[in-house]
Structure formats: structure tokens, C-alpha cells
Ligand binder design. Structure first.
Ligand code: 13P
Ligand code: SF4
Length: 301
């Protein structure tokens, strides 16, 4: 099948199977273009709850499809590429969190959605990069264990004074690759252009830039800005959404290292196969799903 036929088949199968395609901002351009909804992890979680269709084809990484299943359990949720995971989510296990809680019963576990359902199930509340500061502020805890991203944990810590925040030692390998030197080099080349980065970057990186936010907050910043040029410090896929929404603006990637191999695994052919064969289905143990749902629901409240 050529590209045109493939797109036609995907759209035909979508109607035949009563399916919806959700995609993260980091997906490749043609996958974003075929999706019914493109967003950041918070927007995608909210959208998943509203889905009326029988089948959700989730173009992203495993934890995102898992969150959709937890939030809308009667739907069949499909992750087109089984191996599309998030290395940061694998940096914390439920067993480790249980051990930590036993030793520190007074603290509340706040877990970034980039985590497994089992880890969410051990948590008091979840958060995304778009709402982490608000979530920690609102739960009214004196002491928090922030899991698994140490960088997002530091970003939250710097904005909240009266909560003691312990940080798990996890990180996103993609954003961790960005160095202060990368920022200095690009600043020298384009001194008048604002640099926008994701809070998964190292603290020395987010201290040196003009704006720090989740993917949707970066998109919003660009939309509302009078500037015509921006330096983008998050996964390269976001540039597709930015260009589409702002055809009159120009985007420079902070460094070509900003590619998440897992987000790039899903091709149009995989979306087609996922719809046709309804593979790979996300299934969860009921008890884990229900406990993880409590932490996700608490975040959404
Ligand atoms: P957002 O919450 O901004 O969508 O980011 C998710 C992610 O995986 C960042 O690396
Ligand atoms: Fe995980 Fe980083 Fe990829 Fe996001 S960009 S999915 S945090 S590895």
C-alpha cells in the first residue's frame, strides 16, 4: 500500500471498528496527522476518560496507554508497538516504593505519570509535568517522596517552600542529554531568541533558559507570544505540532540529541496493523488498576 492507501485504510478501519486514535506531541508527524487528538500526557489522560468509542489506539509509550486503560477501563486500549516503553518509568518499581514507605511512613508519595501502573498503585497521588507544582501544593503534605524524575522533582522543589521534597533517582535519558554547554552554544548563536525547555531537563539547564513547561505549556507559550522565532528544548516531535499551529513562526531545536527513541517507534504501518489486528492490548490486574485509578483520580480532582 502506498501512503495515500494506507491513510484511507486507517480511516476506513477507524469507522468500521468504532475506534479513536490518540497521539502524544512527540509522535512522528504522519502519526500526529492521522490522530483524532494530539496532546501532552495530562490532556491525553483527560481525553481518554471522555472516549465513547469502543477502541482506543494510543500512539505514545506504554505508561500513557496504561493510564488510558486505568481511567476508562471498559474500553479496549491498544498500544501499536509493544516495545514502546519509557526508560524513566522503568527506574522505579512497586517493590522499592513499598520498602521506602515502610521506612518513611510519614511521607506522601507523589508519582509522575511516567511510571508503571504498579508504582501508581503504591502512590498517594499522580501528577504530570503540567500540574506537578499545583498537585504538591494542594495535597497539604509536609514531606513528599517525588517519583521517579529527580529533575522534575527539583523543579517542583524550587517553587514550593514549606514542603520537604525527597527525590527518586530517576531521569529521562532524552532530556538528561541536554547540557548547560548546549544552552550556552545556542544562546551565543541566537542571543535574541527565547529558549523553552521541558522540566525533565537538568536543573542547570532549566535555570539558564527563558521558559520551563510541559509540552502543552510550551505550545501555549508560543501561541501567545509576539516573537517569531523560538529555541525548543524538548523532544523534537513537538516541532511538528508547533509548525502546524504557527505557520508564521520559526523553530530551532536546542540540540539534535532531543530524540526519544521510544516515541519514534510507532509508524503509520503500526497504526494500521493495530487497528486491523487490535494488537497490542493493554490489560491490567483489577486490584492494581483500581489503586492506580485512585492516585490518578486524586490528581484530576
Ligand atoms: P508531557 O507531560 O509534557 O506530555 O511529557 C511527557 C513526557 O514523556 C516527557 O518526556
Ligand atoms: Fe520517557 Fe523521556 Fe521518552 Fe518522555 S521523552 S517517553 S520521559 S524517555
Amino acid at each position: 500500500m502506498n501512503r495515500e492507501e494506507l491513510i484511507k485504510e486507517i480511516n476506513r478501519l477507524k469507522i468500521e471498528k468504532n475506534a479513536i486514535i490518540l497521539a502524544h506531541n512527540y509522535q512522528i508527524g504522519e502519526v500526529q496527522d492521522i490522530a483524532d487528538f494530539v496532546g501532552d500526557s495530562l490532556q491525553l489522560a483527560k481525553e481518554a476518560i471522555k472516549v465513547k468509542q469502543d477502541l482506543i489506539i494510543f500512539c505514545g509509550v506504554h505508561f500513557m496507554a496504561e493510564s488510558a486503560k486505568i481511567l476508562n477501563p471498559t474500553k479496549k486500549v491498544i498500544l501499536p508497538v509493544k516495545e514502546a516503553g519509557c526508560p524513566m518509568a522503568d527506574m522505579a518499581s512497586a517493590e522499592e516504593i513499598r520498602e521506602f514507605k515502610k521506612k518513611n511512613p510519614e511521607l506522601k508519595v507523589v508519582t509522575y505519570v511516567n511510571s508503571s501502573a504498579e508504582v501508581k498503585a503504591e502512590s498517594y497521588v499522580c501528577c504530570t509535568s503540567a500540574n506537578a507544582v499545583d498537585v504538591v501544593k494542594k495535597i497539604g503534605a509536609k514531606e513528599v517522596l517525588f517519583v521517579p524524575d529527580k529533575n522534575l522533582g527539583s523543579f517542583v522543589d524550587e517553587q514550593i517552600e514549606d514542603v520537604k521534597i525527597m527525590k527518586w533517582e530517576g531521569f529521562c535519558p532524552t532530556h538528561e542529554r541536554v547540557t548547560l554547554e548546549d544552552v550556552e552554544i545556542i544562546r551565543e548563536k541566537h542571543p535574541a531568541v527565547k529558549i523553552l525547555v521541558h522540566p525533565e531537563c537538568r536543573p542547570e539547564v532549566f535555570h539558564a533558559v527563558d521558559f520551563v513547561g510541559s509540552t502543552s505549556q510550551i505550545i501555549e507559550f508560543v501561541k501567545n507570544s509576539e516573537d517569531k522565532k523560538f529555541i525548543i528544548g524538548t523532544e523534537k516531535g513537538i516541532i511538528h505540532s508547533l509548525k502546524k499551529e504557527n505557520p508564521d513562526k520559526e523553530f530551532i531545536i536546542l540540540t539534535e540529541k532531543l530524540i526519544c527513541e521510544n516515541m519514534k517507534k510507532t509508524r503509520l504501518e503500526d497504526v494500521y496493523r493495530a487497528l486491523k489486528n487490535e494488537e497490542f492490548e493493554i490489560s491490567l490486574d483489577e486490584k492494581t488498576a483500581s489503586k492506580a485509578n485512585e492516585a490518578l483520580e486524586r490528581m484530576l480532582k
